[in-house]
Design a protein around this ligand. Structure first.
Ligand code: SF4
Ligand code: SF4
Length: 532
């Protein structure tokens, strides 16, 4: 009886607030094995593919580079290294269009590939990592440029270093992949389950041996079986559980998955480590295994190329820097003219401005949607205050209020309503009967707040510089005045002091003369006495 109860406790799942059921459309691309994309003629590798500071280039234009060679060094704590994804000549380091909702350009390293695909010398595998210092393993993961591959792109080495005050009790491996259409994690779990577990085991070691929970949505039965089979082959069973969770969007959101698997709520404005939990995507776990056990940096990833406008949707192993247009061509091109080309899924992705933009580490999907899949919603109507957006919001926000304040550009009020807890899942916009593009308002408001914060930071920096300059000038003036005062005082005091010295000298000479005369007189007297 007790064992049944403990089993039930172990298998227990919780629910999160809101969420929606959306047609998953996964069958379009999950029916065939992952294919490796041929080497492109030119790779355009952005130097910022992560949250945090842009990596600093360590190569020069004209240089021959090798596959896996470091192109740009991580700058600052929250940053990730960037490597060449094939060998060739570095022909430019310049701004190019990159996958970003802003559509703006960013600094990229451009490599003309030589077709030889020659590897650079790689660091030694750390097969006996358990005997090494944990900082050495983290440094390897940082060198390998591993970031969150579920789309968040937060540097993994930073997430695996919660600090000495933070006791991590649970490591969650996220295999939920809840966005419709995307199947790259599904295929990764089916084909590389052992590598995912190996990476999870390294993370488990780095985090101080927490339990491991692996969450997989129940619309991926093959992935679940593959992971379960691989786990049975390891000695990780004592501290690892794989749980099948109900398919409900966005169960793959970090806070939502934590809630489903543990029942815990991550406090607003806090990160999961605050409540003793670290969450990592399955792709990041496999990349950690590659870095530590093989000494290989992150230079490729699986990308789902799908949507009904694509002739042959599938998953491709793609080198970072490969143009999106090459992926589409490799999948047979367009079956029909797409209405929308998206980077990411239909809920959280963003429209691609240039089909020549390159694949980056967080780019999990290229989605070409037809007119039927993405019909024009028509003009947005007035909000009818129906409250449906609040019912489905997984972050328990008030999307309607957020919308009003974002629209009114009231940036203080919009933050009062916890704008930054919004995960931009799009549930609210999906159910809004007035077709209001709610997420666009939230993204706009977030950008405005960031811009305002940046302006404030710059103004504060300028104020501090001005104040420090003023303080320096005042100090210099005070010192100058003090020097003048001292000089004046010494000039005034100077002659008197020398007179005294001269008098003292005279007196000393006089005293010496008197002593000599007295001595002479005493000697003469003594002579007279002897004569007598
Ligand atoms: S769902 Fe749309 S119409 Fe209804 S309250 Fe929210 S924003 Fe307004
Ligand atoms: S986009 Fe933001 S506000 Fe809308 S449902 Fe998702 S978390 Fe809530």
């Amino acid at each position: 009886m007790a064992s049944i109860l403990s089993l039930l406790r172990r298998e227990r799942l919780w629910t999160f607030h809101g969420g929606i059921h959306v047609p998953d459309e996964k069958a379009l691309s999950n029916g065939r094995a992952v294919e490796t994309m041929p080497l492109p003629k030119r790779l355009v590798i952005p130097l910022q593919q992560h949250i945090g500071a842009t990596a600093r280039p360590v190569v020069k234009v004209g240089e021959r580079v090798l596959k896996g060679q470091l192109l740009a060094q991580a700058e600052g704590y929250v940053s990730a290294c960037i490597h060449a994804s094939s060998s060739g000549t570095l022909v430019a380091i310049e701004p190019r269009p990159v996958p970003h909702p802003s559509g703006l350009s960013a600094l990229c390293a451009v490599i003309e590939t030589d077709g030889e695909d020659t590897w650079a010398e790689l660091p030694e595998p750390m097969t006996r990592y358990a005997q090494l210092d944990t900082s050495e393993i983290r440094e390897r993961i940082r060198w390998a440029g591993v970031v969150g591959l579920g789309g968040a792109s937060f540097p993994t080495s930073v997430k695996l270093n919660p600090g000495p005050d933070q006791r991590i009790r649970t490591l969650i491996i996220n295999g939920a992949e809840c966005e419709p259409y995307i199947t790259c994690d599904d295929l990764l779990m089916r084909e590389r389950a052992g590598d995912i577990l190996a990476g999870a085991r390294i993370m488990h070691h780095l985090l101080g041996d927490p339990r491991i929970l692996i969450g997989i949505e129940d619309n991926k039965p093959e992935a679940f079986e593959a992971m379960r089979f691989a786990l049975a082959e390891t000695d990780m069973r004592g501290y690892t559980e794989i749980r099948s969770i109900p398919t409900l969007y966005p169960s793959g959101g970090e806070k939502q998955l934590i809630r489903i698997l543990t029942g815990a709520e991550v406090p607003t404005h806090a990160i999961p480590a605050r409540i003793g939990i670290v969450c990592q995507n399955v792709g990041s776990a496999a990349a950690v295994a590659d870095a530590v056990l093989e000494g290989r940096p992150l230079i490729s990833r699986i990308v789902t190329v799908t949507g009904r406008a694509i002739d042959e949707p599938r998953n491709l192993e793609v080198r970072i820097g490969t143009p999106v247009s090459d992926l589409i061509a490799h999948c047979g091109g367009y079956r029909e003219r797409p209405r929308k080309l998206v980077c990411g899924g239909p809920m959280m992705g963003f429209e691609i401005a240039h089909p020549t933009i390159p694949v980056t580490k967080p780019a999990n999907c290229v989605l070409a949607l037809t007119e039927v899949e993405a019909p024009d919603p028509g003009p947005a109507l007035a909000c009818i205050r129906c409250g449906r957006c609040a019912e489905v919001c997984p972050a328990k926000l008030l999307p309607q209020q957020l919308y009003w304040h974002a629209r009114a550009k009231d940036l203080d009020r919009v933050q009062d309503y916890n704008l930054f807890d919004c995960i931009e899942c799009g549930c609210c916009a999906q159910v809004c009967p007035s077709h209001i593009p709610l997420v666009q308002y939230y993204r706009y408001a977030k950008n405005e707040v960031w811009a305002r914060e940046e302006d404030k930071r710059k103004a504060e920096l300028a104020r501090m510089r001005h104040e420090s300059k003023q303080a320096r000038l005042e100090r210099q003036e005070r010192e100058r005045k003090a020097r003048l005062r001292q000089k004046k005082e010494s000039l005034e005091a100077g002659p008197g002091k020398s007179q005294t010295d001269q008098d003292a000298k005279k007196a000393a000479i006089e005293a010496a003369k008197q002593r000599a005369a007295a001595k002479k007189a005493a000697a003469a007297k003594a002579e007279e006495t002897d004569d007598a």
